[in-house]
Design a protein around this ligand. Structure first.
Ligand code: NAD
Length: 297
């Protein structure tokens, strides 16, 4: 019989949409965020509101997390009011955040001591994928526990890949996000050159979409660049965080990543000039600043 008592912590751009899909799939959902507003939205749709992560663990056996970084996950799982103090033995934490693979190991070890399983399940597909419930999910964890919570993963995603043991999901995800960032920097360069030459930008999008230069990033983000619309989406600072994690992993593995390193620096610039809360496609504004004084950004 499927376990229906599910918690959700972190109700931002991704988590709020995940919550709506869990409710559509008839889970008994308890939710928590440090912000009140998204809790009220899900409450109106049938979720129970919790006052702390610990409170979520009192009414749930499986808890999904969608938090910004390792720091917030640590607070929510191991903190004074953390899930570790209330989830029952056999409980499962599914972490859909993108965090440091080394932190996953620490959280998993601490949880194991309380007979709780910590599964890393970072996602890809953006806020649109979260809204439609069509995310790709890269899952690291023990087979039997992953099987036990597959119905929860199926409510938020369609491509569910079990990619290895605990922590492996994050490695897959960091590689995915390196590629997204490198793509975005390349698309930004193409956009700036196109604008300089005066060619038809809408036509450029139409042509590239069916040509060898196409990518997910191009399909999703070139229209935003053309419209000068940088409403997030996936924020600049989150993209920068993932590139920093990839660079750190590469350094531990003695792997040289010149393109990732350059993309990381572009996002460093985007953060430095105050674009941290814009969509990650706003890196185009940095490329514009590098070479063109006659383009308004
Ligand atoms: P977000 O900033 O929109 O949402 C994060 C949420 O966590 C916010 O609602 C915030 O209030 C809440 N929060 C912060 N600290 C908290 C705490 N201590 N306790 C409870 N709640 C807390 O971020 P997002 O874009 O939804 O991303 C969430 C995670 O998913 C990140 O790790 C990100 O890298 C990853 N991700 C995002 C996207 C995307 O397109 N936005 C795509 C794939 C993966």
């Amino acid at each position: 019989m499927r376990n229906n008592d599910v918690g959700l912590i972190g109700l931002g751009a991704m988590g709020l949409n995940m919550g709506k899909n869990l409710l559509k799939n008839k889970f008994n959902l308890t939710v928590y965020d440090v912000r009140d507003e998204p809790i009220r939205v899900l409450e109106k749709l049938g979720a129970k509101a919790a006052k702390s992560p610990k409170h979520v663990g009192n009414t749930s056996t499986i808890v999904l997390l969608s938090l910004p970084s390792s720091k917030e996950v640590e607070y929510v799982v191991l903190g004074e009011n953390g899930l570790i103090h209330s989830l029952p033995e056999g409980g499962i934490i599914i972490d859909a955040s993108t965090i440091d693979p080394a932190a996953v190991k620490k959280f998993s070890d601490e949880c194991n001591q309380k007979s709780i399983t910590f599964i890393d399940a970072p996602v890809s597909g953006g806020t649109i994928g979260a809204e439609k419930g069509t995310l790709s999910i890269m899952v690291g964890g023990p087979n039997e526990k992953v099987d036990e919570c597959k119905h929860v993963l199926q409510a938020i995603g369609t491509n569910i890949y079990q990619v290895g043991n605990t922590g492996a999901g994050q490695i897959f995800k960091l590689i995915n996000n390196m590629l997204v960032a490198i793509n975005l920097v390349g698309i930004s360069e193409g956009f700036v050159l196109a604008k300089k030459t005066g060619i038809d930008l809408e036509k450029l999008y139409e042509v590239l979409k069916t040509s060898a230069g196409n990518s997910w990033a191009l399909e999703q983000k070139l229209p935003k660049m053309i419209k000068n619309d940088f409403e997030p989406g996936f924020k600049v600072w989150l993209q920068h965080k993932d590139l920093a994690l990839a660079m750190s992993l590469a350094s531990q593995m003695n792997a040289s990543l010149p393109m990732t390193s350059l993309a990381h620096q572009m996002y460093e610039s985007a953060k430095a000039v105050g674009f941290e809360d814009l969509d990650h496609s706003a890196v185009v504004k940095i490329i514009q600043r590098l070479s063109l004084k006659d383009i308004n950004d």
